[in-house]
Design a protein around this ligand. Sequence first.
Ligand code: FES
Length: 83
Amino acid sequence: MISIQVCVGSSCHLKGAHDVVQAFKKQISAYKLDNEVFLTGAFCLGKCLDGVSIKIDDELVLGVQPDNVPEIFQNRVLDILGG
Ligand code: FES
């Protein structure tokens, strides 16, 4: 089980956190990982200037946008699950 927390604080919200959440949902269902990946919202992760900020388990990932979600998903999430 891996957790992905997407910051939904006001700054990240304005930068498209909602679309980032949708993009992760898409990846999760494309790979049928609904039981492996726990996707939630998070309060401000303290990196508002570099948002959208997310946390994959304990690792902070900044500058997340819908178009880099597939790459992040493959490089980090699938890697952790596969390893
Ligand atoms: S609002 Fe997302 S890091 Fe602050």
